[in-house]
Design a protein around this ligand. Structure first.
Ligand SMILES: *Cc1c(COP(=O)(O)O)cnc(C)c1O
Length: 399
Protein backbone atom coordinates (compact mmCIF):
# COMPACT_ATOMS: atom_id res chain seq x y z
CA UNK A 1 0.00 0.00 0.00
CA UNK A 2 2.66 2.39 1.11
CA UNK A 3 4.84 1.79 -1.90
CA UNK A 4 2.56 3.67 -4.33
CA UNK A 5 2.25 6.85 -2.31
CA UNK A 6 3.63 9.99 -3.93
CA UNK A 7 3.97 13.48 -2.48
CA UNK A 8 2.73 16.37 -4.64
CA UNK A 9 3.73 19.43 -2.59
CA UNK A 10 6.57 21.89 -3.25
CA UNK A 11 9.65 21.92 -1.00
CA UNK A 12 10.36 25.52 -1.94
CA UNK A 13 6.90 26.97 -1.30
CA UNK A 14 6.86 29.33 1.69
CA UNK A 15 3.75 30.82 3.23
CA UNK A 16 2.48 34.12 1.82
CA UNK A 17 3.64 37.39 3.35
CA UNK A 18 1.00 38.44 5.96
CA UNK A 19 -1.55 41.05 4.88
CA UNK A 20 -0.33 43.48 7.53
CA UNK A 21 3.18 43.26 6.06
CA UNK A 22 1.88 43.78 2.53
CA UNK A 23 -0.02 46.88 3.69
CA UNK A 24 3.14 48.24 5.36
CA UNK A 25 5.13 47.57 2.18
CA UNK A 26 2.54 49.36 0.04
CA UNK A 27 2.66 52.35 2.40
CA UNK A 28 6.44 52.53 1.95
CA UNK A 29 6.05 52.35 -1.83
CA UNK A 30 3.43 55.12 -1.79
CA UNK A 31 5.73 57.32 0.31
CA UNK A 32 8.56 57.05 -2.22
CA UNK A 33 10.95 56.90 0.75
CA UNK A 34 12.65 53.54 0.28
CA UNK A 35 16.15 54.33 1.55
CA UNK A 36 16.52 53.77 5.26
CA UNK A 37 17.84 57.27 5.91
CA UNK A 38 15.25 58.95 3.71
CA UNK A 39 12.89 59.64 6.60
CA UNK A 40 10.89 62.72 7.46
CA UNK A 41 12.46 64.86 10.22
CA UNK A 42 11.79 63.50 13.69
CA UNK A 43 10.40 60.18 12.42
CA UNK A 44 11.74 56.65 12.82
CA UNK A 45 11.75 54.72 9.55
CA UNK A 46 10.69 51.08 9.15
CA UNK A 47 14.32 49.90 9.29
CA UNK A 48 15.04 51.78 12.51
CA UNK A 49 11.83 50.44 14.06
CA UNK A 50 12.71 46.91 12.92
CA UNK A 51 16.13 47.21 14.60
CA UNK A 52 14.49 48.36 17.80
CA UNK A 53 11.84 45.59 17.68
CA UNK A 54 14.31 42.85 16.80
CA UNK A 55 16.78 43.87 19.52
CA UNK A 56 13.95 43.70 22.04
CA UNK A 57 12.70 40.36 20.68
CA UNK A 58 16.19 38.87 20.67
CA UNK A 59 17.10 40.24 24.09
CA UNK A 60 20.19 41.98 22.71
CA UNK A 61 21.11 45.59 23.46
CA UNK A 62 21.82 46.50 19.82
CA UNK A 63 20.64 45.40 16.41
CA UNK A 64 21.86 46.46 12.98
CA UNK A 65 19.77 45.51 9.94
CA UNK A 66 21.78 44.72 6.79
CA UNK A 67 21.42 43.43 3.23
CA UNK A 68 21.97 39.69 3.88
CA UNK A 69 23.07 37.11 6.40
CA UNK A 70 26.38 36.84 4.55
CA UNK A 71 26.91 40.61 4.94
CA UNK A 72 26.06 40.39 8.64
CA UNK A 73 28.89 37.83 9.07
CA UNK A 74 31.35 39.75 6.93
CA UNK A 75 30.70 43.00 8.79
CA UNK A 76 30.85 41.19 12.14
CA UNK A 77 34.28 39.71 11.34
CA UNK A 78 35.66 43.09 10.26
CA UNK A 79 34.14 44.96 13.19
CA UNK A 80 35.51 42.31 15.57
CA UNK A 81 38.99 43.10 14.26
CA UNK A 82 39.77 40.19 11.92
CA UNK A 83 42.68 41.25 9.70
CA UNK A 84 43.90 39.86 6.36
CA UNK A 85 45.56 36.42 6.72
CA UNK A 86 44.19 35.88 10.22
CA UNK A 87 43.06 32.31 10.84
CA UNK A 88 39.32 32.11 11.64
CA UNK A 89 37.91 28.88 13.05
CA UNK A 90 34.58 27.67 11.72
CA UNK A 91 32.56 24.46 11.39
CA UNK A 92 33.50 22.20 8.49
CA UNK A 93 29.77 21.51 7.96
CA UNK A 94 28.07 24.76 6.95
CA UNK A 95 26.70 26.71 4.01
CA UNK A 96 29.03 28.40 1.50
CA UNK A 97 28.38 32.03 2.71
CA UNK A 98 30.20 31.17 5.97
CA UNK A 99 33.65 30.38 4.50
CA UNK A 100 32.70 33.06 1.94
CA UNK A 101 32.45 35.73 4.65
CA UNK A 102 35.85 34.72 6.06
CA UNK A 103 37.38 34.81 2.59
CA UNK A 104 35.80 38.20 1.87
CA UNK A 105 37.69 39.84 4.73
CA UNK A 106 40.94 38.29 3.47
CA UNK A 107 41.16 35.82 6.36
CA UNK A 108 41.76 32.05 6.26
CA UNK A 109 39.05 29.57 7.27
CA UNK A 110 40.36 26.89 9.65
CA UNK A 111 37.74 24.14 9.46
CA UNK A 112 36.80 22.24 12.60
CA UNK A 113 35.49 18.66 12.47
CA UNK A 114 31.89 17.78 13.28
CA UNK A 115 30.60 14.70 15.07
CA UNK A 116 27.90 12.34 13.84
CA UNK A 117 25.21 14.51 15.44
CA UNK A 118 26.38 17.36 13.14
CA UNK A 119 27.79 19.37 16.06
CA UNK A 120 31.20 21.01 16.20
CA UNK A 121 33.83 18.65 17.64
CA UNK A 122 34.99 20.37 20.84
CA UNK A 123 38.27 18.43 21.05
CA UNK A 124 39.19 19.35 17.49
CA UNK A 125 38.18 22.94 18.21
CA UNK A 126 40.56 23.14 21.17
CA UNK A 127 43.37 21.48 19.19
CA UNK A 128 42.96 23.77 16.19
CA UNK A 129 42.61 26.89 18.32
CA UNK A 130 45.94 25.97 19.88
CA UNK A 131 47.69 24.98 16.66
CA UNK A 132 46.45 27.83 14.43
CA UNK A 133 46.67 30.56 17.06
CA UNK A 134 43.23 31.74 15.87
CA UNK A 135 41.54 34.42 17.97
CA UNK A 136 38.11 34.15 16.31
CA UNK A 137 35.46 31.47 15.97
CA UNK A 138 32.60 31.92 13.50
CA UNK A 139 30.32 29.26 14.95
CA UNK A 140 27.72 28.13 12.44
CA UNK A 141 24.62 26.53 13.94
CA UNK A 142 24.23 24.77 10.61
CA UNK A 143 20.72 23.44 9.91
CA UNK A 144 19.72 24.53 13.40
CA UNK A 145 21.80 22.07 15.43
CA UNK A 146 22.93 23.71 18.67
CA UNK A 147 25.98 22.29 20.42
CA UNK A 148 26.47 22.42 24.21
CA UNK A 149 26.89 26.21 24.30
CA UNK A 150 28.10 26.28 27.91
CA UNK A 151 30.95 23.94 27.09
CA UNK A 152 31.68 25.76 23.85
CA UNK A 153 31.96 29.12 25.61
CA UNK A 154 34.26 27.56 28.25
CA UNK A 155 36.58 26.33 25.51
CA UNK A 156 36.40 29.70 23.74
CA UNK A 157 37.26 31.52 26.97
CA UNK A 158 40.13 29.15 27.73
CA UNK A 159 41.66 29.84 24.30
CA UNK A 160 40.84 33.55 24.17
CA UNK A 161 38.49 33.09 21.19
CA UNK A 162 36.03 35.81 20.20
CA UNK A 163 32.83 33.98 19.22
CA UNK A 164 30.51 35.18 16.45
CA UNK A 165 27.40 33.05 15.99
CA UNK A 166 25.90 32.29 12.59
CA UNK A 167 22.21 31.95 13.48
CA UNK A 168 20.80 31.69 9.96
CA UNK A 169 18.94 28.51 11.04
CA UNK A 170 18.54 29.26 14.75
CA UNK A 171 16.50 32.48 14.86
CA UNK A 172 14.08 31.71 17.77
CA UNK A 173 16.14 28.71 18.98
CA UNK A 174 17.49 28.55 22.53
CA UNK A 175 20.15 26.78 24.56
CA UNK A 176 19.02 26.26 28.16
CA UNK A 177 16.51 29.07 27.72
CA UNK A 178 19.00 31.59 26.29
CA UNK A 179 18.46 32.67 22.70
CA UNK A 180 20.93 31.55 20.08
CA UNK A 181 22.97 34.60 19.08
CA UNK A 182 23.37 35.90 22.64
CA UNK A 183 26.38 33.80 23.65
CA UNK A 184 29.35 35.41 21.93
CA UNK A 185 30.26 38.92 20.81
CA UNK A 186 27.60 38.94 18.09
CA UNK A 187 24.77 37.01 16.47
CA UNK A 188 24.29 37.01 12.68
CA UNK A 189 20.84 36.31 11.23
CA UNK A 190 19.40 35.96 7.74
CA UNK A 191 15.95 37.02 6.56
CA UNK A 192 16.42 35.40 3.18
CA UNK A 193 13.37 33.52 1.85
CA UNK A 194 14.39 30.09 3.14
CA UNK A 195 15.06 31.18 6.73
CA UNK A 196 12.66 31.90 9.61
CA UNK A 197 11.34 35.28 8.53
CA UNK A 198 11.15 36.24 4.89
CA UNK A 199 12.07 39.45 3.08
CA UNK A 200 13.64 37.82 0.04
CA UNK A 201 17.08 38.99 1.17
CA UNK A 202 18.23 40.61 4.40
CA UNK A 203 20.04 40.10 7.69
CA UNK A 204 20.63 41.28 11.26
CA UNK A 205 23.66 41.68 13.43
CA UNK A 206 23.03 41.78 17.19
CA UNK A 207 25.40 42.50 20.06
CA UNK A 208 25.64 44.00 23.54
CA UNK A 209 28.93 45.73 22.72
CA UNK A 210 28.38 49.43 21.81
CA UNK A 211 31.82 49.95 20.22
CA UNK A 212 31.54 46.80 18.11
CA UNK A 213 28.07 47.75 16.84
CA UNK A 214 29.20 51.33 16.14
CA UNK A 215 32.03 49.96 13.95
CA UNK A 216 29.60 47.58 12.26
CA UNK A 217 27.13 50.40 11.60
CA UNK A 218 29.74 52.53 9.85
CA UNK A 219 30.88 49.48 7.85
CA UNK A 220 27.28 48.77 6.79
CA UNK A 221 27.24 52.14 5.03
CA UNK A 222 25.54 54.57 7.39
CA UNK A 223 26.81 57.74 5.64
CA UNK A 224 27.31 59.33 9.08
CA UNK A 225 23.55 59.15 9.66
CA UNK A 226 24.01 56.61 12.45
CA UNK A 227 21.92 58.62 14.88
CA UNK A 228 18.86 57.50 12.89
CA UNK A 229 19.26 53.87 13.99
CA UNK A 230 16.56 52.40 16.19
CA UNK A 231 18.80 50.22 18.31
CA UNK A 232 22.19 51.91 18.03
CA UNK A 233 24.61 53.08 20.74
CA UNK A 234 25.13 56.65 21.98
CA UNK A 235 26.83 59.01 19.47
CA UNK A 236 30.11 59.09 21.44
CA UNK A 237 30.77 55.46 20.44
CA UNK A 238 31.13 56.62 16.82
CA UNK A 239 33.88 59.18 17.52
CA UNK A 240 36.68 56.84 16.44
CA UNK A 241 34.97 54.42 13.98
CA UNK A 242 33.48 57.23 11.88
CA UNK A 243 37.02 57.96 10.66
CA UNK A 244 38.49 54.47 10.76
CA UNK A 245 35.81 52.20 9.31
CA UNK A 246 35.14 52.05 5.57
CA UNK A 247 31.68 52.26 4.02
CA UNK A 248 30.84 48.81 2.62
CA UNK A 249 27.26 49.71 1.61
CA UNK A 250 25.24 46.74 2.82
CA UNK A 251 22.17 48.47 4.22
CA UNK A 252 18.67 47.16 4.63
CA UNK A 253 15.96 49.18 2.89
CA UNK A 254 12.54 50.36 4.08
CA UNK A 255 10.58 47.95 1.91
CA UNK A 256 12.16 44.81 3.31
CA UNK A 257 11.99 46.19 6.84
CA UNK A 258 8.28 46.87 6.40
CA UNK A 259 7.74 43.28 5.25
CA UNK A 260 9.73 41.87 8.18
CA UNK A 261 8.43 43.83 11.16
CA UNK A 262 4.96 42.21 11.36
CA UNK A 263 6.55 38.75 10.97
CA UNK A 264 8.20 39.01 14.40
CA UNK A 265 4.78 38.64 16.01
CA UNK A 266 4.38 35.06 14.72
CA UNK A 267 7.99 33.90 14.91
CA UNK A 268 7.68 32.11 18.26
CA UNK A 269 4.47 30.40 17.17
CA UNK A 270 6.02 29.43 13.83
CA UNK A 271 8.95 27.80 15.66
CA UNK A 272 6.42 25.45 17.28
CA UNK A 273 4.69 24.81 13.94
CA UNK A 274 8.07 23.90 12.40
CA UNK A 275 8.86 21.59 15.28
CA UNK A 276 5.51 19.80 14.90
CA UNK A 277 6.43 19.14 11.26
CA UNK A 278 9.92 17.97 12.20
CA UNK A 279 8.47 15.63 14.82
CA UNK A 280 5.96 14.20 12.33
CA UNK A 281 8.73 13.26 9.86
CA UNK A 282 11.05 12.11 12.65
CA UNK A 283 8.34 9.87 14.08
CA UNK A 284 8.07 8.02 10.76
CA UNK A 285 11.86 7.71 10.37
CA UNK A 286 12.61 6.64 13.92
CA UNK A 287 11.42 3.06 13.49
CA UNK A 288 13.77 2.42 10.58
CA UNK A 289 16.84 0.19 10.90
CA UNK A 290 18.49 1.99 7.98
CA UNK A 291 17.98 5.61 8.96
CA UNK A 292 19.82 7.44 11.74
CA UNK A 293 18.58 10.81 13.00
CA UNK A 294 21.05 13.12 14.74
CA UNK A 295 20.58 13.07 18.51
CA UNK A 296 19.36 16.43 19.85
CA UNK A 297 20.78 17.59 23.19
CA UNK A 298 18.57 18.17 26.25
CA UNK A 299 19.37 21.88 26.56
CA UNK A 300 18.32 22.63 22.99
CA UNK A 301 15.10 24.30 21.91
CA UNK A 302 15.40 23.94 18.16
CA UNK A 303 13.47 25.32 15.22
CA UNK A 304 12.85 22.34 12.92
CA UNK A 305 12.65 24.19 9.60
CA UNK A 306 14.63 21.35 8.00
CA UNK A 307 15.49 17.77 8.90
CA UNK A 308 18.71 15.78 8.43
CA UNK A 309 19.35 12.07 8.62
CA UNK A 310 22.01 9.54 7.65
CA UNK A 311 22.00 6.16 5.93
CA UNK A 312 25.33 5.14 7.47
CA UNK A 313 25.74 1.84 5.66
CA UNK A 314 25.39 3.15 2.10
CA UNK A 315 28.06 3.75 -0.51
CA UNK A 316 27.97 6.73 -2.90
CA UNK A 317 26.16 4.92 -5.72
CA UNK A 318 23.48 3.75 -3.33
CA UNK A 319 23.07 7.27 -1.86
CA UNK A 320 22.63 8.74 -5.35
CA UNK A 321 20.11 6.03 -6.15
CA UNK A 322 18.21 6.77 -2.93
CA UNK A 323 17.92 10.50 -3.80
CA UNK A 324 16.63 9.57 -7.27
CA UNK A 325 14.03 7.17 -5.93
CA UNK A 326 12.81 9.69 -3.36
CA UNK A 327 12.56 12.36 -6.09
CA UNK A 328 10.50 9.98 -8.22
CA UNK A 329 8.04 9.81 -5.33
CA UNK A 330 7.95 13.62 -4.98
CA UNK A 331 10.38 13.94 -2.04
CA UNK A 332 13.20 16.40 -2.65
CA UNK A 333 16.32 15.42 -0.70
CA UNK A 334 19.74 17.05 -0.69
CA UNK A 335 22.80 14.87 -0.27
CA UNK A 336 25.97 16.30 1.30
CA UNK A 337 28.11 13.48 -0.09
CA UNK A 338 27.72 14.49 -3.74
CA UNK A 339 30.91 15.01 -5.74
CA UNK A 340 29.66 18.31 -7.17
CA UNK A 341 28.09 21.32 -5.40
CA UNK A 342 24.37 21.55 -6.31
CA UNK A 343 22.03 24.40 -5.46
CA UNK A 344 22.49 25.45 -1.84
CA UNK A 345 24.32 22.22 -0.94
CA UNK A 346 28.11 22.08 -1.03
CA UNK A 347 30.88 20.72 1.16
CA UNK A 348 34.34 21.93 2.16
CA UNK A 349 35.99 20.05 -0.73
CA UNK A 350 34.15 22.40 -3.12
CA UNK A 351 35.47 25.62 -1.55
CA UNK A 352 38.66 25.89 -3.60
CA UNK A 353 39.31 29.45 -2.42
CA UNK A 354 39.97 28.02 1.05
CA UNK A 355 43.10 26.01 1.85
CA UNK A 356 42.48 22.26 1.44
CA UNK A 357 42.13 20.61 4.85
CA UNK A 358 41.97 17.01 5.96
CA UNK A 359 38.65 16.37 7.77
CA UNK A 360 38.16 12.60 7.83
CA UNK A 361 35.36 12.59 10.44
CA UNK A 362 33.37 15.28 8.65
CA UNK A 363 33.83 13.50 5.32
CA UNK A 364 32.60 10.24 6.80
CA UNK A 365 29.45 11.93 8.20
CA UNK A 366 28.72 14.00 5.07
CA UNK A 367 29.16 10.96 2.78
CA UNK A 368 25.79 9.56 3.90
CA UNK A 369 24.03 12.72 5.12
CA UNK A 370 20.70 13.85 3.67
CA UNK A 371 18.82 17.08 4.19
CA UNK A 372 15.26 18.15 3.56
CA UNK A 373 13.40 21.45 3.95
CA UNK A 374 10.14 21.57 5.87
CA UNK A 375 8.23 24.67 4.73
CA UNK A 376 5.24 25.70 6.82
CA UNK A 377 3.01 25.13 3.79
CA UNK A 378 3.32 21.37 4.54
CA UNK A 379 0.55 19.96 6.70
CA UNK A 380 1.30 17.42 9.43
CA UNK A 381 -0.29 14.77 7.18
CA UNK A 382 2.13 15.80 4.40
CA UNK A 383 5.02 15.32 6.83
CA UNK A 384 3.86 11.85 7.85
CA UNK A 385 3.48 10.93 4.19
CA UNK A 386 6.96 12.25 3.36
CA UNK A 387 8.39 10.28 6.29
CA UNK A 388 6.70 7.08 5.11
CA UNK A 389 7.99 7.57 1.56
CA UNK A 390 11.57 8.11 2.78
CA UNK A 391 11.38 4.99 4.89
CA UNK A 392 9.92 3.00 2.10
CA UNK A 393 12.54 4.16 -0.39
CA UNK A 394 15.35 3.49 2.11
CA UNK A 395 14.07 -0.04 2.59
CA UNK A 396 13.81 -0.90 -1.10
CA UNK A 397 16.34 -3.49 -2.20
CA UNK A 398 18.68 -2.13 -4.88
CA UNK A 399 17.97 -3.41 -8.39
C1 LIG B 1 21.53 31.12 4.57
C2 LIG B 1 22.70 30.99 5.43
C3 LIG B 1 23.54 32.07 5.73
C4 LIG B 1 23.44 33.46 5.17
O1 LIG B 1 22.47 33.67 4.32
P1 LIG B 1 22.28 34.82 3.21
O2 LIG B 1 21.80 34.05 2.03
O3 LIG B 1 23.59 35.50 2.99
O4 LIG B 1 21.27 35.72 3.83
C5 LIG B 1 24.54 31.85 6.63
N1 LIG B 1 24.76 30.65 7.18
C6 LIG B 1 24.00 29.59 6.91
C7 LIG B 1 24.30 28.30 7.60
C8 LIG B 1 22.96 29.71 6.02
O5 LIG B 1 22.22 28.65 5.72
Amino acid sequence: MVSNETFKGSFTQQEPIPDEAIAAAVAVLRSGRLHRYNVEPGKLGETAMLERDYARWQGATYCLAVASGGQAMQIALRAAGVAPNDPVLTNSFTLAPVPGAIHAVGARPVLVEIDENLLIDMTDLATKAERSGAKFLLLSHMRGHLCDMDRLMDIADAHGLVVIEDCAHTMAARWNGKRSGNFGLAGCFSTQTYKHINSGEGGFLTSDDPDFIARATILSGSYMLYERHGAGPAPAHYDVPRYEMANMSARMDELRAAILRPQLATLEENAKRWNARYDAVAQELEGSNEIVLPRRLDGEFMVGSSIQFRLPDRDAASCRDFVGRAAARGVELKWFGAAEPTGFTSSHAHWHYAERQSLPNTDRVLATLFDMRLPLTFSLEDCHLIGRIIRDVAGDPLP
